[in-house]
Design a protein around this ligand. Sequence first.
Ligand code: SAM
Length: 238
Amino acid sequence: MRIDVVTLFPEMFRGFLDGSLLGAAQAAGLLDIRLTNIRDFATGVHRQVDDRPYGGGPGMLLMPGPVVECVESVLADAAAGTAPHVAMLTPAGRPLTQQVAEELAGRDRLILLCGRYEGFDQRVADTLLPDQISIGDYVLSGGEVAAMVVIDAVARLIPGVLGDEQSAADDSFSGTERLIEGPQYTRPREFRGLKVPDVLLSGDHSRIAAWRREQALDATHRRTTLSAHFSGAHTPAG
Ligand code: SAM
């Protein structure tokens, strides 16, 4: 799979891309990640990429010219027959879920478009007609961290990237039921008086599977009440 990132800050990706899982996936030829700087497509002495919004208002917007030309140059590099999937990172996008990550992992080529400042001039989306993805209902200062989240979630689903294929299939939000993974334990058998559940030491695989499913159902159900619980905990008394 090839992923192109279109950004004003390619240097932000260096440590992240060289890290263990993604570094190994690239070294093994499973993943090819390339970074293209929007500023390389800016014109004029100042190589300006942003400007004030028409109609007034705070901040600056990314101008359509450099962004669209940058994406078009990456698109022009497409191998015959493989149309890249262009995805803009934006709070207005469809929420990133495990299902969306699975869908993106099924693509041969992905172009991730990172915004900055107050975001993109509307004509970027009107020209490129990209998929639009949000990583959550909050606002980041730029699309780079959001693109890293997408890359991480997608890369671990590419066959061969994770050592143990089953570990992705068993993860939270995966499989047909998309349950949350229940509690897991490793050594020691007892930690500060807390013991590993006996069933996990029984060696009875069908009992262990039944226990894990029960725990996953419970964790999935409990999660729906967590938000109310923690929001309530921070409400000033009285
Ligand atoms: N003015 C925009 C708004 O109110 O929706 C926010 C712009 S934000 C400060 C700058 C850039 O960060 C966006 O263009 C986008 O690329 C990225 N970004 C911020 N929050 C994001 C989120 N939740 N998901 C994906 N990208 C996000």
